[in-house]
Design a protein around this ligand. Structure first.
Ligand code: MG
Length: 254
């Protein structure tokens, strides 16, 4: 094909792709369907030492204090700092970063309570919310069955992970997340959906997926126009999940 014709075709295709068609959410199963096949279980190998931040990262938790965090409802963060990690203080609510972030690379390590208690969504549930809107699920998914789009490393309610590389409760696990925020035109229409790539314990589990909008329980709300940067949020789901080694690299406007 001649280069000019090819370029014209590509341009025409770009113009005809409606924003609603940009999401890749699989609609063959209802949201949260227990019938949806579960991702294969893959052993990620042994637990690894903490991953220290590179020089240019914004450090959000280095094992000492919650200075970078606030309660979502306002005021100082009330979660616990214990043994070099942050622990959810059930009932206090979600915490958010004081700083806001848009496109970013995020490293975060987490561990669910041991001995495990509860089943399904009630076992070691928390979550990492990019821009406070897009949740990468944190859950004890080690021999714990729940719906595929709600297990560990799912983009909650939208994308199951490609594989289940969960470690046992009590062991440290890692997420390395690449996030691109949505873009909007001047009329508020989505020109570029939010995108997530996630490595769980070093294994690719979300491959540049295009989100349908903010994540939510039992619904898939549409996008609404948001600022280019919003705080990162960690979820209090009532379970004493711990976090450590939280750092972020901004990848926009560098
Ligand atoms: Mg959650």
């Amino acid at each position: 094909m001649k280069p000019l014709l090819f370029a014209t075709l590509v341009a025409a295709m770009a113009l005809t792709v409606a924003p609603s068609a940009m999401s890749q959410v699989d609609t063959r199963w209802p949201q949260h369907s227990m019938d949806r096949p579960k991702p294969p279980v893959v052993d990620p190998g042994p637990e690894r030492p903490p991953v220290a931040p590179p020089e240019d990262a914004v450090v959000l938790f280095d094992g000492h204090d919650l200075a970078a965090w606030r309660q979502q409802q306002g005021g100082p963060a009330r979660w616990m700092v214990r043994d070099g990690s942050i622990e959810v203080a059930p009932g206090t609510g979600d915490i958010v970063t004081a700083r806001a972030f848009g496109d970013c690379q995020l490293h975060i390590e987490w561990s669910t309570p041991t001995p495990a208690s509860g089943d399904g969504q009630e076992r070691g549930n928390s979550g990492v919310f990019l821009m406070g809107l897009y949740e990468v699920q944190v859950l004890d998914s080690y021999h714990n069955v729940t719906y595929a789009d709600g297990q560990a490393a799912a983009v909650y309610g939208q994308f199951p992970p490609l594989v289940n590389v969960s470690r046992p409760p009590g062991e440290w696990q890692t997420y390395d997340i690449i996030f691109h925020r949505p873009r909007f035109d001047s009329a508020g229409a989505v020109t570029f959906p939010a995108r997530l790539t996630v490595f769980h314990n070093g294994v690719l589990v979300q491959d540049n997926v295009a989100l349908s909008g903010p994540t939510a329980n039992q619904r898939r709300p549409p996008y609404h126009v948001t600022p280019d940067e919003l705080p990162l949020e960690l979820q209090d789901h009532g379970n004493r999940v711990r976090y450590r080694e939280i750092w972020v690299r901004q990848i926009e406007n560098r």
